[in-house]
Write a protein that binds this ligand. Structure first.
Ligand code: LLP
Length: 428
């Protein structure tokens, strides 16, 4: 479902004209569609329905509590990677027994908090992590449910910065060491090794790497069981890609078929950790043109959103479609770079784009910005963090307001030696 369509010549989010949100909330602003998030969740959950797979939404894609709560209301659990994300999941109403705690570097404090909370499972990625969790659980007199994340050494064929399943990546335990590490976990008094986990990368549009990795995982589960381990759970990871360019949608039925063929016969409890798939195409970054600058080589459309609002283009060379708010605006013969006001050449949202004639003040929407957009934002250049809006039907709500400059600048503290009196003494 595309929740962002033109109606009466104007781009809408569901039934709300984006121009109305720009006028009432200002720009830049992230706008999400609740129905699009729900539709994605429902599509995945029905594709996997016969296998009863628990869907743990990877909060890192978009951790606004309104987004988490929208998914939790549908039955989603959560995949969290920090105490902060765990606290957000709980605050948004995700039951602890549907929460999985992943990530390569959990601290003792984070482990303690998660054990107190009573989460479903820890996904552990190294022997030292296993030892630390065992010690923390022992100090609390509890037993921690653990899935061990293995690295299947499969190339996910995605961008180098978001591929995780190769040996040279920092993630998981090499599959050759699996049996030894699993036996070590089983011998620990305060660890209950319940299963295995994997995640080979993000934005996978080719499903074959999943088949290769799941086959290795199933072989591993069989050989661990042959050694007497009771492997009850398999966590399939996340990573299913979305369509950024308008020409390639991942077939969820084909993904489900791979799981059905490779993993379901194990008869284990299954979990998956999708992030981007559920929210990526459910959001846009709405921005206003400040100036149009015609260089001798290029046309630059300078907008009020920048790399601090959406870092994906410059960090991953990621492509996001950029469209005008007014339909059928006359196409310009000159391609343009859509750039932000930040003082870096890397500050762009799109390069060499064919766009309509854009004038100062015109609104543009940067599409597919629902995942890894707001969560990766910063206040670089002392720019205010971008607000977020959630639309449902004809209504919308601000789900994170734009902070004030006082909020932002007021976070700094001057040390005593720079206090106003000291400074004025220095000046005297
Ligand atoms: N599970 C684990 C263990 C992960 O590391 C990740 C993502 C996910 C699940 C969710 O992956 P997804 O379904 O969203 O692909 N900032 C990058 C993406 C980083 C992904 C990191 N791990 C981007 O903007 O493309």
């Amino acid at each position: 479902m595309d929740a962002f369509t033109y109606r009466d010549g104007q781009l809408h989010a569901e039934s709300v004209p984006l121009a109305r949100i720009a006028k009432e909330i200002g720009t830049p602003v992230f706008v999400y569609s609740a129905s699009a998030i729900e539709a994605q969740y429902d599509a995945l959950s029905s594709a996997l329905a016969d296998m009863k797979i628990g869907i743990c939404y990877a909060l890192k894609a978009n951790s606004n509590q309104a987004v988490i709560a929208t998914l939790a209301a549908r039955g989603a659990g959560a995949d969290v990677v920090s105490e902060g994300e765990l606290r957000r999941a709980l605050a948004a109403g995700v039951p602890p027994e549907r929460i999985v705690f992943a990530g390569v570097g959990k601290t003792a404090g984070e482990m303690r908090f998660a054990l107190e909370t009573g989460i479903h499972q820890f996904n552990l990625e190294s022997e030292p992590e296993l030892e630390l969790l065992n010690a923390v659980a022992a100090s609390m007199g509890v037993v921690a449910p653990v899935a061990i994340r293995f690295n299947p050494d499969v190339d996910a064929k995605t961008h180098a910065k978001i591929t995780t399943g190769k040996k040279e990546n920092k993630f998981g335990i090499e599959i050759e060491q699996a049996k030894a590490v699993y036996a070590q976990a089983a011998a620990m008094a305060n660890i209950d090794p319940v299963g295995v986990a994997m995640h080979i990368g993000s934005q996978l549009t080719d499903l074959e790497p999943y088949r290769a990795a799941y086959r290795r995982m199933a072989d591993l589960v069989r050989s661990l069981r042959a050694e007497g381990h009771d492997i009850r759970r398999v966590d399939l990871g996340g990573g299913i890609g979305i369509d950024y360019s308008g020409d390639h949608t991942v077939d969820l039925a084909a993904y489900a078929a791979i799981v059905r063929e490779e993993i379901a016969p194990l008869g284990a409890e299954l979990l998956c950790e999708p992030g981007r798939l559920l929210v990526g195409n459910a959001g846009v970054l709405l921005t206003r043109t400040i100036f149009v600058k015609q260089g001798s080589e290029k046309r630059f459309v300078i907008v009020d959103a920048a790399m601090n609002d959406l870092i994906r283009p410059t960090l991953y060379e990621a492509y996001h479609q950029i469209v005008p708010i007014l339909e059928n605006a006359t196409e310009s013969p000159h391609p343009a770079d859509i750039v932000g006001p930040i003082c870096e050449s890397g500050d762009y949202l799109g390069k060499d784009r064919v766009l309509p004639e854009v004038a100062d003040g015109d609104l543009l929407a940067v599409k597919s910005a629902g995942a890894y957009g707001a969560v990766m934002g910063s206040s670089y250049n002392t720019r205010l963090m971008t607000p977020e809006v959630l639309v449902r039907g004809g209504d919308y709500a601000v789900i994170r307001p734009r902070p004030s400059y006082d909020d932002l600048i007021g976070q700094d503290r001057l040390p005593d030696w720079l206090s106003r009196t000291e400074r004025s003494r220095g000046a005297a």
